[in-house]
Design a protein around this ligand. Structure first.
Ligand code: ZN
Length: 163
C-alpha cells in the first residue's frame, strides 16, 4: 500500500536529518487526495502529523506536550492559570517562531508570549523565585491563631508587633 511506497522512496533518498530532528510521516493534501510525505520533525514534537492532515507542508507546525500551572480551588478542583509548550513553525513569518521556542499562554485570556531559550530560562528563574515567595507565604499562613508559638515565625512578623 502507500506506506510501502513511502518507505521505499525514503530508503532511496537516504536523507540526512539535522540533530534534534527525526523524519516522520505527514499527511498532506486535500481530503480527496491526501499524500504521505516525510518531514523533519523536532524530537520534542508530539503531534501525530500522519493523523493531522494539512493542505500543504507549509501548514505543518510542531508542538510539544503542554504543561500547566494550576491553582487549587476551595471546592477541591483546580483552576488553570497558565500553560506552556515547546513549538516550532518552519514557515512562520516570525523568525522567532521558526526556531524552537517556548510558548507561554495565560489560561484566562488565551494571550501568550513566544520565548527563545534565553527568555525561557529567565522565565523559569522568575517562576522559581515566585514559588519560593509562595512557599514562604504558605508557611506564614500556618501561624497559630493563639500566638503562643509566634517566636517560631518571628522573621516573617518582625514589624507587626508580637501579641
Ligand atoms: Zn512535529
Amino acid at each position: 500500500m502507500a506506506n510501502h511506497a513511502i518507505s521505499a522512496s525514503m530508503d532511496a533518498a537516504s536523507p540526512i536529518v539535522k540533530p534534534g530532528f527525526r523524519l516522520v510521516p505527514a499527511t498532506i493534501g486535500r481530503p480527496e487526495a491526501p499524500r504521505r510525505v516525510w518531514i523533519e520533525c523536532p524530537t520534542f514534537c508530539t503531534v501525530n502529523h500522519a493523523a493531522d492532515r494539512q493542505i500543504a507542508v507549509e501548514d505543518v507546525w510542531h508542538s510539544g506536550d503542554m504543561t500547566s500551572l494550576e491553582v487549587p480551588a476551595a471546592d477541591g478542583n483546580v483552576e488553570l492559570l497558565a500553560l506552556a509548550r515547546m513549538g516550532l513553525d518552519d514557515y512562520s513569518t516570525d523568525p522567532a517562531v521558526r526556531a524552537p521556542h517556548l510558548f507561554v499562554e495565560d489560561a484566562g485570556t488565551g494571550e501568550g508570549a513566544y520565548l527563545d531559550a534565553d527568555a525561557a530560562e529567565q522565565f523559569a528563574d522568575n517562576l522559581v523565585a515566585f514559588a519560593a515567595k509562595v512557599r514562604e507565604m504558605a508557611r506564614a499562613c500556618r501561624i497559630p491563631k493563639t500566638g503562643v508559638t509566634l517566636a517560631k515565625v518571628t522573621p516573617l512578623h518582625t514589624r507587626g508587633g508580637a501579641a
